[in-house]
Write a protein that binds this ligand. Structure first.
Ligand SMILES: [Zn+2]
Length: 380
């Protein structure tokens, strides 16, 4: 068991959390209460919250009905939503967001947060035909039927945001209006953001797929990062983004991602890494963001992985054939998640970097659209 050293674990307000977790540190925290005014610290399940104790796994149904990670001893337990995705329950005051780009073209985001009082909430976003979205919605509906409600009448344990399915482009018929990367101002954000200038380590040695040289991968990472930092070529939207990021290279760091179930690993390792490695099923790329509650949800770790188990990749704009993916296009999209932007699903956003669908050999997402630029400026 790890010692309780994080800021989050030493800042709970609720009586139950203080009683259960940090009684020994409570005296030192008399001044902390002013820091926690938002609902993260106070929302709590009402009665009858499910709790599968003495099990190394908690169920989605239990989460939907409301569990307290502390009293259920659920911290670090894995919750499977679908064979292609799930999450580990964070400790009090921490959260994770996993955003996955799938080979069928769709994308899903799974965000899970444990309040400083220990209450677990989940947000699942994706197209309405996504298996993960369907299962999360079914669990939410089942909990509703059982009458589970959180204080204030909210149904906070599971929030499902389903977007449109990918529209068929095969008809060749004209659409209502021309969609360009500059025609949509739409963006949305994940829950957390950086409060300092982050770095990113590029593993330029391990797991590189054939055709991808380490030197090329490093350069692509620099270029993709600079696209966001400099708000490059973004439909005349001025660069007001105030953060920068440092790119490092090594040959041994790995993303803190559990490729076997496409989840953020069960605990933080403190390093921000992009690598090529194993992802399960139809996952092309995946970003895992970790948050800690300190006057809001602050990003404190992000890892990105590009799949080398079932995917082929190219680094050049020319010569892409078949079912290959453009490294820079996919990585620029994933780095949007690195900064805290969320996927978009509306067809009007189809030319944006943060569009939640990707296509083989497409380089569209290399270049920011208007919504992407407005989003990064708004975050930073
Ligand atoms: Zn995405």
């Amino acid at each position: 068991m790890r010692p309780i050293t994080s800021i989050a674990a030493t800042r709970p307000l609720s009586k139950s959390a203080v009683r259960a977790v940090v009684a020994v540190t409570a005296l030192a925290l008399a001044g902390a209460s002013l820091c926690l005014g938002a609902s993260e610290a106070t929302a709590a399940p009402v009665e009858g919250a499910a709790c599968a104790t003495k099990s190394s796994t908690q169920t989605l149904a239990a989460v939907a009905e409301g569990i307290n990670a502390t009293s259920c001893q659920a911290v670090g337990d894995y919750v499977e939503i679908d064979s292609s995705g799930g999450f580990y329950i964070p400790k009090a005051g921490e959260g994770t967001a996993v955003t996955a780009t799938m080979a069928d073209g769709s994308a899903v985001a799974i965000e899970v947060f444990t309040s400083t009082a220990g209450d677990v909430s989940l947000s699942v976003s994706g197209p309405s035909d996504s298996a993960v979205v369907k299962k999360a919605g079914a669990a939410r509906d089942a909990a509703r039927k059982k009458g589970q409600r959180w204080q204030g009448g909210s149904e906070r344990p599971i929030n499902v945001n389903s977007g449109a399915q990918k529209s068929s482009a095969s008809t060749g018929q004209s659409v209502a209006a021309a969609v360009t990367r500059c025609s949509s101002s739409t963006y949305s954000t994940l829950k957390g953001k950086w409060h300092h200038n982050p770095y990113l380590i590029v593993n330029t040695s391990e797991g590189l797929p054939s055709g991808v040289k380490g030197s090329a991968f490093l350069q692509i990472a620099r270029d993709s990062m600079n696209t966001w930092v400099n708000v490059t070529d973004a439909c005349s939207v001025a660069d007001s983004m105030t953060r920068t990021a440092t790119i490092y290279e090594n040959n041994y760091s790995n993303s803190n991602i559990n490729g076997a179930n496409n989840a953020c690993a069960s605990s933080s390792d403190g390093f921000h890494v992009v690598d090529f490695g194993n992802l399960t099923g139809g996952t092309v790329g995946l970003a895992c963001s970790r948050y800690v509650w300190v006057l809001g949800w602050r990003t404190n770790e992000v890892d990105v992985r590009l799949d080398n188990s079932s995917r082929s990749w190219v680094t050049s704009t020319s010569g892409c054939t078949g079912s290959k993916y453009d490294v820079r296009s996919v990585l620029t999209h994933e780095l949007g998640h690195f900064w805290g932007l969320a996927d978009q699903y509306a067809s009007s956003t189809s030319q944006l970097t943060m569009y939640g669908y990707s296509s083989t050999c497409s380089t569209t997402q290399r270049t920011l659209g208007k919504g992407d630029a407005l989003g990064i400026n708004a975050l930073y």
